[in-house]
Ligand binder design. Structure first.
Ligand SMILES: Nc1ncnc2c1ncn2[C@@H]1O[C@H](COP(=O)(O)OP(=O)(O)O)[C@@H](O)[C@H]1O
Ligand SMILES: O=c1ccn([C@@H]2O[C@H](COP(=O)(O)OP(=O)(O)O)[C@@H](O)[C@H]2O)c(=O)[nH]1
Ligand SMILES: [Mg+2]
Length: 210
């Protein structure tokens, strides 16, 4: 009981401060293995954003021994989408702890419910959405070669993740596309070529860019 009350209070406080921060947010979306993390690392170096991978935050939560750890771990192994409140709380905390006000949110929102809940809770609208468009064939090759010891980078889970992406995540991209917010990148090319396209999207908006 006590924990619930503390949690609610912490959440309220986090919201208040986030609203004060009025952060700039770019959602970085694309299928599993499309290169979201790789390209975000480049953007961080040149444009001063903080990179928040929802998947990395969830994996860190499992490692921290949190009470949600087992549930999160089971869902990731099945390629399923973790309940919005868990992911949103981790994102809010990470934004507040970063000391920055510009964020690349990578791999979230993954379904309509994620999107609507994030908007309702944080009142944050993304500036735009980077969409890494890549064939399944290429994504599968990359995931099987990723070698990070991830429990979901096996062919059985990869197939499930592809299905979830098509059924649940693409509609989110469609939603933002209808609002003119999607910047689509051909992500099937070599890393450096993809980054040239990514850079062109960020460069005009950031005078700090080199
Ligand atoms: N453009 C690319 N061409 C070839 N391999 C890539 C490319 N971008 C990323 N990779 C590799 O593919 C794997 C998946 O990339 P990652 O950035 O982790 O994707 P995501 O975060 O979208 O799942 C990694 O091993 C990465 O080194
Ligand atoms: O907002 C999110 C982001 C990730 N995940 C889970 O974490 C896994 C890995 O996500 P990540 O973005 O790290 O990997 P990707 O599938 O893009 O390679 C997903 O398949 C989901 O099970 C989730 O539930 N909600
Ligand atoms: Mg990633």
């Amino acid at each position: 009981m006590g924990t619930v009350v503390v949690d609610a209070a912490a959440k309220k406080e986090a919201n208040g401060s986030l609203a004060d921060l009025n952060p700039t947010v770019v959602f970085v979306l694309g299928g599993p293995g499309s290169g979201k993390g790789t390209q975000c690392a480049n953007v961080v170096q040149h444009f001063g954003y903080t990179h928040l991978s929802a998947g990395d935050l969830l994996r860190a939560e499992i490692k921290s021994g949190s009470e949600n750890g087992t549930m999160i771990s089971n869902m990731i192994k099945e390629g399923k989408i973790v309940p919005s409140e868990v992911t949103i709380k981790l994102l809010q905390q990470a934004m507040l702890e970063s000391g920055n006000d510009k964020f690349l949110i990578d791999g979230f929102p993954r379904n309509e419910e994620n999107r609507a809940a994030f908007e309702a809770v944080t009142k944050i609208e993304p500036s735009f959405v980077l969409f890494f468009d890549c064939s399944e064939e290429e994504m599968e090759r990359r995931l099987l070669g990723r070698n990070q010891g991830r429990e979901d980078d096996n062919i059985e889970t990869i197939r499930k993740r592809f299905n979830v992406f098509l059924e649940s995540s693409l509609p989110v991209i469609e939603y933002y596309n209808s609002k003119g917010k999607v910047r689509k990148i051909d992500a099937g090319r070599p890393v450096e070529e993809v980054y040239e396209s990514v850079k062109a999207i960020f460069a005009p908006k950031n005078e700090k860019a080199d």
